[in-house]
Structures are given as structure tokens and as C-alpha cells.
Design a protein around this ligand. Structure first.
Ligand code: NAD
Length: 476
């Protein structure tokens, strides 16, 4: 359904207006809020690359450093035809607050290249990525201690591996070269659990939400995740993993998936692995035989459900559709899926929104773990895993000796849970997302004017960033 539209605000403006709602509850020294909000620097590069047919094409890209109050500045690199200056700045801005919300000690950055990766061969993408990386590295926009990219829409561990290889070839004696980028393949400096980290983080946020009956009630629901009807927009890295985890591990019902060529609906729940296979084979959801196809995918955001999870692009929920969204709670897995004006409408309507700068922070959290692993040059758990195992066995032996009874298998498994890298990453991510949720809730309780989760999340972030500036002595 569509109502009268007004010109859309720029993405960065929309983000800053949301942030302003939180600034009004903080009493900061003059000028500090301007510094926190300002984007420190942005580079634009253009470069030619030879295509497979021998012709040259010029590509245009950006990397924005919104904040380096902490270094390195951190943020993904996006490949999409819609990439532009403003979007890159807006996404870098969100990174600053995101890192602060989840206590990741980084500044905020973001990069983007205007390209449709689906139009290029792997060879072309490799040449383009290597050339883009070189441009950013020589100009100081990629380095282990200064600015560290990661995957975002349209990029993956493959591109990250190419970037780290370019950096290594330019700085062969930098022993920290792996740390110049995160989200790399595990065999090439990456960390277990990074690929699915953002989706996993969303799952942990959803679980934490359902651990707070007051929040669940405020959203007009009851009970836990089991059986809740979920709509996911975007079935890529983030959307696919979060949908799979919520369905297979928590019993949610994924009743619709919205993709770029339309949506699939099945009120009994979709077979996600089958849909993924179909998309891999056919490039979209149209023609999938076991669900109802709706060509106007965007309209399915208004379909009846309990939980809506936008995991594709920004500006998907606008003044045009916000009045008709039926979801009781929205978890913003994508960056900026709700515009400022739409957010106002949803707030008035009492729709519970858990914001992007917190919900999708699982990616940067595990990137932080990867970066830490890279600069410490040792896999997590390498020194302690066998010792933990030995202690577990000794504990079981002692208990069995003292009781004269054999320990049941499920208890043995619990005590012997190995502290291998993947287990540690999941534990660290779960802890991070849970604590951040609780911190935001606590801020809402301390400052009753913070009546929505987004404003409270920004409030928490700004307080920490401001403290960093104050501690540095920049502001007296
Ligand atoms: P991706 O490229 O893996 O997947 C995006 C998916 O969205 C694709 O399946 C694509 O076909 C679909 N899509 C594109 N346009 C669409 C449209 N108009 N309607 C519906 N679907 C559409 O990207 P991703 O890494 O999953 O990122 C998705 C979102 O999550 C982005 O906003 C990104 O900034 C954010 N995010 C990603 C990460 C990460 O670790 N990858 C971390 C934090 C935030």
C-alpha cells in the first residue's frame, strides 16, 4: 500500500537525526557533540581496470573514516551499483556507534565500490579488488593499525584475501599484515565463525530479547521464539544465516523471504536450505516451486508476522509502508533499513525496533576477535585447550570415584566442552551481544526519557565515545 510520498532524506541525514535524539539527553561540553558527529575524512578514488575482453573500465570507490578516536577504524567494503559518497559516510557513522555499543575498541569506517559484482568474472573482480586495495593502501586507508576493512554486501572472504595479499606484497616485512583486513578465509588468517558471525549475532540478540518478558510484552507478544512467525528481507550472508539459526536452533517459523526479484511466502514455514540452493542455481527466487511467489517483494514487508528482520539494504521501511507494517518487533540486521521519518511513525505506533547499530554488530565483534588473533599470532585456545580437557577429565574421574556412579553422557559432554576456537568465538559473541542488550536496557531504566531502544543504544554509545575524548584531554 502506498500513501503520498515526500522527498527522501539522505541516508547520512537520517542517521544523524536518529543520533540527535540521544544527544539531547547528554550534557556534553560545547563542541564535543559536533566532533563526535563529524565524519573525519573521506577519500574518493577512480581507477581503470582491464576487462576480460581487453577493454578498460573506470571504477569509482570511497572509503570514509567517520571516527578514529580509537584505532584502527573499522568497517566493511561494499560492492554495489548503488554505492555513493553519502551512503559510505552514513555507514561509517553507524560503525562508530556500533563499535562503542558492543565495546569493540575501534573507530568507525566504511568503504564502497560502485560495481555490480554479478556482471563480472572472478578474474575481473580480482583485478578490480586488487587495484582498489592498492589505491586505498597507498593513501593510508588500509593498514593493520589504522584502518581495517571487512566484508559487506557484495564482498566475501575471497575479496578480503586478495586485499591482504596486496598489502603483504607492498609491506612484506610487516609481520601484522594479516590484520590489515578481517573476514578472511580461515586458512588465510581468518577465524572460525566469522562468515556467519553477523547472522549469529542477530540470533543472540533475538534470544536476549525473549529473555526479557517486559520487552516481549511491550512488543505485544508472549512466550519465546518457538513458533514465532518471521519475515526476512535479503537472503544473503546475514539473512540466510540468521534465518537458518532461528529456524533450526530456536524453532521459529520463517514465513516469508524477500529477495531482489520478489518474495516467497509459506505460512507453514519455508525450507530454507532448499530455497538457498534454488537461488544459487537460478539467481533469484522466482519460479521456486514450493511456495507462493510475490513479484512485488517490498509489499511483503507488510505481511502479517511477529518478527520482521530486514537484512538487505537501507531505506526499505519508509513513510510509504511504515503505517502498514504488521510486525510486532523489528530487528534491523541490515544497516539503515528504516528511515528517520519511518522510525517516527513506528515509534508512534508502538512497534518495538531493535536498531542496526546494535543488532548487526556480531560481524564487527568477531572481526575484532580475528584482528586480535592476527596481531597476537596465535589461535585462540591453542595454549589452554588440552589443559581444559585434562581438567575436565580429572573432575569427572574424581566425581565418579567419590560417588561410585558413572556420570551420564550428557553431563560428560558438558564438562568436556572443548575450548576450541569456534566455541570461544561463539561464547565471546554471545556474551558481547547479551551484555550490550542489558547495557541498553539499563540506560532506558536510568533515563526514563529514553523511550525507545534505538535512542537508548545511541545514548550508551555516545557516552562512551565522549568519555574517550574527555580522557584524552582534548576537551578540558
Ligand atoms: P549479501 O550481499 O551477502 O546479501 C544481500 C542480499 O540481499 C542478497 O541476497 C541480495 O540478493 C539481497 N537484496 C539485494 N537487494 C535487495 C532488495 N532490493 N530487496 C530484497 N533483497 C535484496 O550482503 P550481506 O553481507 O548479507 O549484508 C546485508 C546487510 O547487512 C547490509 O545492509 C550490510 O551492510 C549489513 N551488514 C552486513 C555484515 C556482514 O558481516 N556481512 C555486517 C553488518 C551489517
Amino acid at each position: 500500500m502506498v500513501i503520498a510520498t515526500k522527498p527522501r532524506r539522505k541516508f547520512s541525514k537520517s542517521v544523524n537525526l536518529m543520533v540527535d535524539r540521544a544527544f539531547q539527553y547528554l550534557d556534553l561540553p560545547p563542541g564535543l557533540s559536533e566532533q563526535i558527529k563529524a565524519c573525519n575524512n573521506v577519500i574518493e578514488v577512480q581507477f581503470p581496470v582491464r576487462m576480460d575482453n581487453g577493454e578498460f573500465r573506470t571504477f569509482r570507490g570511497w572509503r570514509a573514516v567517520h571516527s578514529d578516536h580509537r584505532v584502527p577504524a573499522k568497517g566493511g567494503i561494499r560492492y554495489a551499483i548503488s554505492v555513493n559518497y553519502d551512503e559510505t559516510v552514513a555507514l561509517a557513522t553507524l560503525m562508530t556507534y556500533k563499535c562503542a555499543i558492543v565495546n569493540v575498541p575501534f573507530g568507525g569506517s566504511k568503504g564502497g565500490l560502485r560495481i555490480d559484482p554479478r556482471e563480472h568474472s572472478v578474474d575481473e573482480l580480482e583485478r578490480v579488488t586488487r587495484r582498489f586495495a592498492r589505491e586505498l593502501i597507498v593513501k593510508g586507508y588500509v593498514s593493520p593499525g589504522g584502518n581495517v576493512p571487512a566484508p559487506d554486501m557484495g564482498t566475501s572472504p575471497r575479496e578480503m584475501s586478495w586485499i591482504s595479499d596486496v598489502y603483504k606484497s607492498m609491506y612484506p616485512s610487516d609481520i601484522n599484515y594479516y590484520a590489515c583486513v578481517t573476514g578472511k578465509p580461515v586458512a588465510n588468517g581468518g577465524i572460525q565463525g566469522r562468515v556467519e558471525a553477523t547472522g549469529r549475532g542477530v540470533q543472540y540478540v533475538v534470544r536476549e530479547f525473549f529473555r526479557h518478558p517486559d520487552d516481549v510484552r511491550q512488543a505485544g507478544m508472549e512466550g519465546d521464539i518457538e513458533g514465532k512467525r518471521v519475515i526476512v528481507q535479503g537472503f544473503g550472508n546475514v539473512g540466510y544465516h540468521l534465518a537458518l539459526f532461528l529456524k533450526e536452533e530456536d524453532g521459529a517459523k520463517i514465513v516469508a523471504i524477500i529477495e531482489r526479484d520478489g518474495a516467497l511466502i509459506d505460512d507453514n514455514g519455508l525450507d530454507l536450505r532448499d530455497v538457498r540452493e534454488y537461488i544459487n542455481e537460478h539467481g533469484g527466487v522466482e519460479g521456486y516451486p514450493d511456495a507462493t511467489f510475490v513479484a512485488d517483494g517490498l509489499s511483503v514487508l507488510e505481511h502479517e508476522c511477529d518478527i520482521l528482520i530486514p537484512a538487505a539494504l537501507e531505506s526499505q521501511i519508509t513513510v510509504d509502508n511504515a503505517p502498514y507494517i504488521q510486525a510486532k518487533v523489528i530487528f534491523e540486521a541490515a544497516n539503515g533499513p528504516i528511515t528517520y521519518d519511518a522510525d517516527e511513525i513506528l515509534r508512534q505506533r508502538g512497534v518495538f525496533v531493535v536498531p542496526d547499530a546494535f543488532v548487526n554488530a556480531g560481524g564487527v565483534t568477531v572481526s575484532y576477535f580475528e584482528w586480535t588473533k592476527n596481531i597476537s599470532h596465535i589461535r585462540f585456545g591453542r595454549m589452554s585447550r588440552r589443559l581444559d580437557e585434562w581438567r575436565g577429565l580429572k573432575t569427572i574421574e574424581a566425581m565418579e570415584y567419590m560417588t561410585g556412579k558413572e556420570m551420564p553422557e550428557h553431563m560428560r559432554r558438558g564438562i568436556l566442552l572443548a575450548s576450541d576456537e569456534l566455541t570461544l568465538v561463539r561464547s565471546g559473541l554471545d556474551d558481547t551481544m547479551r551484555l550490550a542488550y542489558q547495557e541498553i536496557r539499563a540506560a532506558k531504566e536510568d533515563v526514563p526519557e529514553l523511550d525507545d531502544f534505538r535512542t537508548a543504544a545511541f545514548y550508551v554509545a555516545i557516552k562512551k565515545i565522549a568519555q574517550t575524548y574527555l580522557d584524552m584531554g582534548v576537551w578540558p
